[in-house]
Design a protein around this ligand. Structure first.
Ligand SMILES: [Zn+2]
Length: 402
């Protein structure tokens, strides 16, 4: 720990102890976010700080020392037990460090980093607590008898945890409404023979964009649908839009701005930027991406057509933008901006369970139409689509003529 203060040694350090240096960093809040695989601890700081992290056993605990720091007088109380964290303890060390001890329910791996300020938060110290290697059990994909596999639809509720997404005039948070719509969509997909939904997040926690794609790939998803709600300064603008990845420029300036904002999710969530394989990956990506892009286009058109029947559509064509979360080379992917949360009427509709169900039904119908028109070989849906088995009747939409 002392190495973090190379310029202050021995007697100098001791003589400084009784009074706090004027530049002591304040910890303004400690927040815990628990996901199924990870628990994230976030400290809001008044400025940049040096820290050290130790993982200790018997009992399992994580010790974080923040150099030259104290808890702000107005700081919120220590958070309650969440996820793998059983208890949070705080103490000031004689050397001026703020020590935070996380008592853990099980052995974990810990990673920490300082996140720079952005337009939503100041400096944050982020500690990610994950299961130790070998504990994770891969999820097995179920197969429908007889020997025809089910289609896996990855449903990605945007934002979460630290990152609320867009916020409406009445305080509605994008992360909440898109999770509700995503869950509703999952229910509808799971109710259909030959299809299974997997949610990339199923709670109020942050998942880095790359992890969302990894989760979809780990489940061998046949389609990736990211659910969002748009926001724009002009509160009169409303309607839904459907996007696919653009290889080069975005369709228009507005799409480019939107992509930049949605991609900033990782910055807001404070993800560590330790994925340095981007350049190499993008070269390989381009080779396999064109095939899934054309599939994305066809699937997105189906979804847009259905959305057009239940809500205003902002633009009648599928839009293109460089959304990070759509960059899976091998999985057709789309991003649905369900409505403008910045439009007060649409904001209120987005909060209504009835409207959430309507949007989910439209997306579901679009996904259904796409797969019945383009069934992957060897799937249960391929059997159903070719009449090897009766085509299921959907109860979710009033009109089945599409
Ligand atoms: Zn969003």
């Amino acid at each position: 720990m002392r190495r973090l203060l190379p310029h202050i040694v021995g007697a100098t350090l001791l003589s400084m102890l009784p009074q706090l240096p004027a530049h002591a960093v304040e910890v303004r809040a400690i927040r815990l976010w628990a996901g199924p695989d990870n628990t994230r601890v976030v400290l809001d700081l008044s400025g940049s700080a040096q820290h050290s992290l130790q993982v200790l056993k018997n009992p399992d605990r994580v010790v974080l020392d923040v150099a030259d720091a104290r808890l702000a007088s107005g700081a919120r109380a220590v958070p309650a037990a969440t996820g793998a964290v059983k208890q949070v303890r705080l103490g000031r060390r004689p050397s001026g460090e703020l020590r935070i001890v996380l008592d853990m329910a099980r052995p974990i791996q810990a990673k920490s980093f300082l996140a720079a300020p952005n337009d939503r938060y100041g400096y944050r110290l982020v500690i990610d607590l994950g299961a130790t290697q070998g504990v994770d059990t891969p999820v097995k994909v179920e197969h429908a008898p007889p020997e025809a596999r089910v289609l896996i639809i990855a449903i990605d509720a945007g934002h979460g945890g630290e990152d609320p997404g867009a916020i409406g005039k009445h305080g509605t948070r994008e992360k909440d409404v898109v999770l509700a719509i995503a869950r509703e969509l999952a229910l509808k997909i799971n109710a259909e023979p030959g299809m299974k939904a997997v949610l990339t997040r199923n709670g109020d926690y942050f998942v880095p964009l790359r992890d969302r794609m990894r989760r979809a790939r780990a489940q061998a998803a046949d389609l990736f649908v990211s659910i969002h709600a748009d926001s724009i300064r002009d509160r009169r603008i409303d309607g839904s839009s459907v996007y696919i990845l653009s290889q080069r420029g975005a369709t228009d300036e507005a799409s480019r701005w939107l992509a930049e904002r949605e991609n900033a999710s990782d910055l807001i969530g404070g993800v560590s930027l330790d994925d340095k394989d981007d350049v190499l990956a993008s070269v390989l990506l381009d080779l396999s991406q064109s095939a899934s892009l054309s599939a994305s286009q066809v699937a997105a058109e189906r979804v847009l057509r259905q959305l057009n029947r239940v809500a205003e559509v902002r633009k009648p064509q599928v839009q293109q933008a460089r959304f990070m979360v759509l960059k899976s080379p091998d999985i057709p992917s789309m991003l649905v901006e369900t409505a403008y949360i910045s439009n007060p009427q649409e904001e209120l509709r987005l909060r209504a369970q009835r409207h959430q169900a309507k949007l989910a039904a439209a997306i579901h119908q679009g996904v259904h139409d796409y797969f019945y028109a383009n069934p992957p070989a060897g799937t249960r849906v391929a059997q159903l689509a070719t009449g090897a088995a009766p085509r299921p009747v959907l109860a979710t939409m009033g009109d089945s003529g599409g």
